[in-house]
Design a protein around this ligand. Structure first.
Ligand code: ACK
Length: 830
């Protein structure tokens, strides 16, 4: 059976449980034993289908010293080390039994005994281990009996770790009136899934109720590991915290969690052969798996594989010319559909015609002539190629010539249009693998392009506006509205997308800056970086189209869902952000505006870094403020050296990451609350740091403090942060130690000082001001009658005083911190 967990947070995970025993579905004898024989008895009832209902009852409420046992038969645990037992039973209310009150009980006990086989059946009752005393939520009375309404109770208990192959259960009655209607024994598992192109097997949950099992995924067919794929199977049978991914192999494209592509061309025939050319024809692959858009024909002179030529053709015939006479050539062909390239065919070998010798003594002449001619042709090809690679009209350099050869000229109705080339066929030459298609691993600053339009088309695909359906406006960006909608490219499934638009009447600079973001984003390919689908520049409005993130920006999302996630889920979010940042820093890209508002989160709670800009980076951020040196900087998120002398590096991104950690763990609280930017700069310079958020695991707060080291070289690197978070996720008990409440406050305050020097005249006034006036009396009665006394209040004190609502605790503790911060800032010399 499976249950879909209902959730307003749109976290859809299938939770699986597997029955080891369900007394309701056993058709024959259950084989359970009652001892003594006159204790528990089976009631021989049948349901409407005449199937037996195995109900056991006992009701010795008038007799003293009852000790009635009901032992199940042996139950295999099928390898599970934690099992769950669900009991359904009715229980008689003792008060409704006149005369039975003295001896009548309203509970019974459940036990278990582990054994590898059925031999354990004869063991003594005192060898059984008690699981729990079971009481009814609702007991029934005489009246209910009259109405024939029996109140059925359901109780679930779990047992683990189990170390043997199976176990017995036992139910002990000590004088109650019970009918045990059903017993279901099950274990939980995380069901097999495919995530990020990796297959994760059915996984039985761990023995410990808080244990997360790290499970490695196996890449689906035609895909290879990018970062080792892993997920964590929780004790509840949920898959959590996906890490890493597989990527479709070159020539395969991701579709519905698989990598599908056309099958190889299997039959290739030679046509006309001359001394310099070979014509070929072939048949469409047996399984095209889509519409074939073109074929790629790779050929090289036999034994010269390092120097090959590629021809692209939309037809199933080609002629390879410019070949050496009398030489063997190897050909391989592959087809491309919208899903990408299929595999290459096997190698087909054909030979050009030899040059016939006129006479024996002149036999060397044609060979020399041919050799010289071929040499000259080859030289011309090489020179031509080198020239085309290095000499570009517009000074665009190597990259653009590469693009011209690498991108075929294909235009289709709803698709991408790319650089123009020879219409039907085109040729590329490769030598020693010099022309390498994708795989740019270093970030290229679009500023290095003289023509920004060229940069955007280098890194972003042009989408035709007709492929986009705009559905609604979801927000406002610096350059225009942000909308949600759908993108349907030919041969691809429709995708939900976010669409940033450039408002009408833009200046050339605005257009450049707007598209600059796409030029940057288009260079990244990582599960924790927002994915660019493409741009619309050929029609108006100009648009940037990205993947759609259902839950929007992380700060708003966390504020809306305050307190609703487990620590592991929060750490999962942080791990994703750190992994995206590691990728960016490996690429040499410094973000400069890393903050929860610039992280987007999808329905699976996967976080992705977004908001990549050029000069406008910080102009568009409402948090960014002008510094004395004229730049605009989001002070609360920025490392001191970046504020002071604009030293932005991956290490300053690490500082910002620490602030994001703080935002996440405090569910979107504003860093440094309402302190002014100037006060924040001063406090940080003086060595003050944000205090730990409430209920924050000590290990995470320590990591934040490490990110906020003054010396940027002492801060951890993003790869270290990822490893550290992975370790915590693997070992969730390490997250159980929380920063204790009293040290939380003092972390920010190097010096402790009384709070009440002026801001509020009385405790009542303070509590009223923060709308917590209802607690004034309690505070006063418990000795917190002055602001000085209030300064010492800890979270434990609040709980003791009866402030049990987490929201109220937060409000009071945060207000105390704020007052202390203000006081300390007042003491810091300007
Ligand atoms: O918090 P939000 O809902 O998430 O409001 C802002 C708004 O647009 C202006 O930036 C939302 N937004 C931006 N990019 C995306 C995206 N790729 N998917 C979903 N929402 C987005 C953001």
């Amino acid at each position: 059976m499976f249950v879909i967990r209902p959730s307003s947070l749109t976290v859809f995970f299938l939770l699986f449980s597997v029955n080891l025993l369900d007394s309701r579905t056993v058709m024959g004898d259950l084989g359970w034993i009652a001892y003594p024989k006159n204790g528990w008895e089976e009631i021989g009832e049948v349901d409407e289908n005449y199937a037996p209902i195995h109900t056991y009852q006992v009701c010795k409420v008038m007799e003293q010293n009852q000790n009635n046992w009901l032992l199940t038969s042996w139950i295999s645990n099928e390898g599970a080390s934690r099992i769950f037992i669900e009991l359904k039973f009715t229980l008689r209310d003792c008060n409704s039994l006149p005369g039975g009150l003295g001896t009548c009980k309203e509970t019974f006990n459940m036990y278990y005994f582990e054994s590898d086989d059925e031999d354990g059946r004869n063991i003594k009752e005192n060898q059984y281990i008690k699981i729990d005393t079971i009481a009814a939520d609702e007991s029934f009375t005489e009246l209910d009996l009259g109405d024939r309404v029996m109140k059925l109770n359901t109780e679930v208990r779990d047992v683990g770790p189990l170390t043997k192959k199976g176990f017995y259960l036992a139910f002990q009655d000590v004088g109650a009136c019970i009918a045990l209607v059903s017993v279901r024994v099950y274990y939980k598992k995380c069901p097999s899934v495919i995530r990020n192109l990796a297959r994760f097997p059915d996984t039985i949950t761990g023995a410990d109720s808080s244990q997360l099992l790290e499970v490695s995924g196996v890449c689906v067919n035609h895909s290879v590991t990018d970062e080792a794929p892993k997920m964590h199977c929780s004790a509840e049978g949920e898959w959590l915290v996906p890490i890493g991914k597989c990527l479709c192999k070159a020539g395969y494209e991701e579709k519905n969690n698989t990598c599908q592509a056309p099958s190889p061309v299997s039959s290739v025939k030679k046509g006309k052969i001359t001394k310099n050319s070979i014509s070929l024809s072939w048949q469409e692959p047996d399984r095209p798996n889509g519409i074939i858009l073109e074929y790629e024909i790779k050929y090289f002179e036999k034994d010269q594989e390092m120097s090959y030529t590629i021809i692209k053709s939309k037809e199933t015939t080609i002629t390879a010319d410019g070949l050496k006479p009398g030489s063997a050539y190897v050909f391989q062909i592959r087809a491309r559909t919208a899903a990408g390239y299929g595999g290459f065919s096997r190698r087909f070998e054909f030979e050009t015609s030899p040059v016939l010798a006129a006479s024996s003594d002149q036999s060397q002449i044609p060979i020399i002539v041919v050799s010289v001619t071929v040499g000259v042709i080859l030289l011309a090809v090489v020179i031509g190629f080198l020239l085309s690679g290095s000499c570009c009209d517009h000074g665009c350099g190597w990259a653009s010539s590469l693009r011209a050869v690498a991108y075929p000229s294909l235009t289709w109705r709803c698709g991408y249009s790319k650089a123009k080339q020879d219409p039907e066929e085109e040729k590329m030459h490769f030598h020693n693998g010099h022309i390498k298609l994708p795989g740019v691993r270093t970030y290229i600053d679009p500023h290095t392009y003289e023509d920004p339009n060229q940069a955007v088309h280098e890194f972003a695909k042009e989408i035709e506006a007709s492929c986009i359906t705009i559905e609604r406006v979801i927000g406002a960006g610096e350059f225009g509205e942000v909308c949600s909608g759908r993108l349907k490219l030919q041969g691809k499934r429709e995708l939900p997308v976010a669409i940033k638009t450039l408002k009408v009447g833009y200046t050339e600079k605005q257009r450049r800056d707007f598209l600059g973001e796409a030029s940057i984003m288009g260079q990244f390919d990582h599960p924790n970086i927002i994915h660019l689908e493409g741009v619309v520049t050929k029609s108006k409005p100009v648009m940037i189209v990205t993947e759609y993130m259902e839950n929007g920006s992380l700060d708003t999302f966390l504020k809306k869902n305050d307190g609703q996630f487990t620590v592991i889920q929060l750490v999962g979010m942080l791990r994703g952000i750190a992994s995206g940042m590691k990728y960016l820093s490996d690429m040499g890209y410094v973000h400069r505006d890393l903050a929860a508002r610039n992280i987007l989160i999808n329905s699976n709670l996967v976080c992705k870094v977004s908001d990549f800009g050029l000069s406008r980076v910080l102009e568009d951020d409402p948090e960014a403020a002008y510094t004395t040196r004229g730049g605009k900087i989001p002070i609360r998120w920025t490392a001191p050296e970046a504020i002071a002398f604009r030293k932005f590096t991956s290490a300053s991104d690490v500082w910002s990451y620490g602030i994001v950690m703080w935002e996440v763990m405090s569910y979107g609280e504003r860093p440094y609350w309402e302190m002014t930017n100037q006060d924040v700069i001063k406090a940080v310079e003086e060595g003050y740091r944000l205090p730990s958020p409430m209920d924050c695991p000590a290990a995470l707060y320590q990591l934040m403090l490490d990110c906020w080291q003054k010396d940027r070289n002492s801060r951890p690197k993003f790869d270290e942060i990822v490893s550290m978070l992975d370790k915590l996720i693997r070992n969730p008990s390490s997250l159980k130690t929380l920063v204790n409440a009293s040290s939380r406050v003092s972390n920010l305050l190097v010096e402790h000082s009384p709070v009440g020097s002026g801001a509020y005249r009385s405790v009542g006034e303070w509590l009223e001001a923060i709308k917590m006036g209802r607690y004034t009396e309690i505070f006063m009665e418990n000795g917190y009658s002055s602001m000085d006394a209030v300064a010492q209040v800890t979270l434990e004190d609040l709980r003791r005083l009866g402030v049990t609502l987490v929201g109220h605790q937060k409000k009071i503790m945060n207000s105390l911190q704020e007052m202390k911060v203000q006081l300390v800032n007042g003491m810091v010399p300007l």
